[in-house]
Design a protein around this ligand. Structure first.
Ligand code: FCB
Length: 458
């Protein structure tokens, strides 16, 4: 059997600004929501391992890191711009050193021939945005559009692919309500307000469309889309028709509230049928008026969801894993269960339901826990387990490509060890290990394996 990959396939790796940059107060950067909430005692359940202050210090090491990526044959680097570096205190004043940093870094990546896929907003909302009402405020649309304009004006000639947002189910909707639609959200501003959650969702969709329109008006040459975490939602019991249906509804609700507007110009019917009352006024008309199609959809895949039909809450995924019949013991962001077939299924599902012009896999990866007694040292440099993980997922990708679905890139999360909100620096996702004392970069075996694989397939 012969699987092959297109020669110009974007084999890459991803990271985001706040998760590796460090330099949290340097060169005029403002405070992000994580900088703030990590310092509030009441939020220590989520931020018990601190904030993203220092970390891998990519801010001062980007040349070295880009060199390592390029030496290992990576073709694409997915990263994000820290909005609080560009607009530190409010919507009026631009911070020139922030612009200079990204301009220099992107120009270095361009020189080395690395494709750039850049998110405008990957989770580090400036705190001033939250102080003025957050994504739930209508003003958010203008703030976002102005920020997008500054980014396009300054970096539009350097970036090949733009994404407006990353996983907004977590960072936008999830800031205002918990997954059961009753509890407090698990993301700043940690509110419990369903109406605000839907307002924030709608505002994010409109802000996204305005940015896409603006990009087109400016006549820039790259492509623009968004990054979502759509995953298959399997029935808890495969003998229950109702569980299958609940799975579809749960998918429509979790991922469709972004995919629908962004790819089809409307919210999924199963969602509006249930939540019409909670949605902002005239949401459907506004969406039709503002709709602007995207060039590609980025999708992050880690593990699937499961749904069970429960009459009183027909939407929500079951926490339980049917293989073991109960909720898995796990710390957040670690112990995500590798399930490579899910990657195949989600690509098929996206194609079938939304027919995107182009799909890019923007995140896929696994973490390994650091040694608690030696927390500044990277774990697992000889990471056979990660190689097996990548191999299994890349094989699934090969199978979907054979069906003719237009997938043009795959990015491992992460380029290097990252800060994760709930686990601080305790779980390593990196192809490159970071020693947090010395800031030494140590390529893991998985990076060497990936490098050989890329070489053999381009
Ligand atoms: C994804 C996020 C990314 C990282 C990984 C582990 O949900 O997009 O920033 O935290 O999980």
């Amino acid at each position: 059997m012969n699987f092959s990959f297109p020669k110009d396939f974007l084999w890459g790796a991803a990271c985001s600004s706040f998760q590796i940059e460090g330099a949290w107060q340097e060169d005029g950067k403002g405070i992000s929501c994580h900088d703030k909430y990590a310092r509030i005692p009441a939020h220590q359940d989520l931020y018990r391992y601190g904030g993203p202050d220092d970390g891998a210090d990519f801010y001062h090491h980007y040349r070295e890191d880009i060199d390592i990526m390029v030496e290992h044959g990576l073709k694409s680097f997915r990263f994000s711009i820290a909005w609080p570096r560009i607009f530190p205190d409010g919507p009026d004043k631009i911070n020139q050193p922030g612009i200079d940093f990204y301009r220099d870094m992107f120009s270095y990546a361009n020189e080395k021939g690395l494709n750039l896929l850049i998110d405008l907003y990957h989770w580090d909302l400036p705190q001033w945005v939250l102080d003025r009402g957050g994504v739930a405020s209508r003003e958010f649309i203008t703030w976002f559009e102005d920020y997008a304009r500054v980014c396009f004006e300054n970096f539009g000639d350097q970036v090949q692919y733009w994404s407006t947002t990353n996983e907004p189910s977590v960072s936008v909707f999830g800031g205002y309500i918990g997954g059961d639609l009753k509890s407090v959200g698990r993301f700043p501003p940690f509110e419990c307000d369903k109406v605000k959650a839907f307002a924030a969702c709608h505002n994010m969709n409109i802000a996204h469309m305005r940015a896409v329109k603006l990009y087109r008006r400016m006549g820039l040459k790259g492509k623009i889309g968004a990054v979502i975490d759509a995953v298959p939602c399997y029935p808890y019991s495969i003998s229950s028709k109702k569980d299958w249906e609940a799975g579809e509804r749960a998918f429509d609700f979790y991922a469709g509230k972004w995919l629908g507007p962004m790819l089809l110009g409307k919210y999924p019917e199963s969602m509006t049928a249930c939540f019409h009352e909670d949605m902002p006024e005239n949401y459907a008309e506004e969406l039709t008026r503002e709709y602007e199609p995207i060039d590609f959809i980025g999708n992050n895949y880690y593990e699937p969801h499961y749904a069970e039909y429960i009459p009183e809450k027909p939407y929500f995924k079951a926490a339980a894993d049917p293989e073991i019949g109960e909720a898995r013991e796990r710390e957040e962001f670690v112990g995500m269960k590798p399930y490579p077939v899910g990657l195949y299924d989600i690509m098929l599902l996206l194609e079938e339901k939304y027919h995107p012009k182009e799909i890019i896999i923007t995140e896929n990866g696994m973490s390994v826990k650091r040694d608690e007694t030696n927390i500044s040292k990277p774990s697992n440099i000889h990471d056979e387990n990660r190689i097996r993980y990548m191999r299994a997922h890349i094989m699934m990708l090969a199978r979907v490509l054979k069906l003719g679905i237009n997938i043009t890139g795959y990015h491992v999360w992460a380029v290097e060890d990252t800060y994760e909100r709930t686990s601080g620096y305790r779980h390593d996702y990196g192809l490159i290990g970071i020693d947090y004392d010395t800031k030494e970069r140590i390529p893991r075996d998985s990076l060497k394996w990936y490098s050989e694989f890329i070489q053999a397939n381009t």
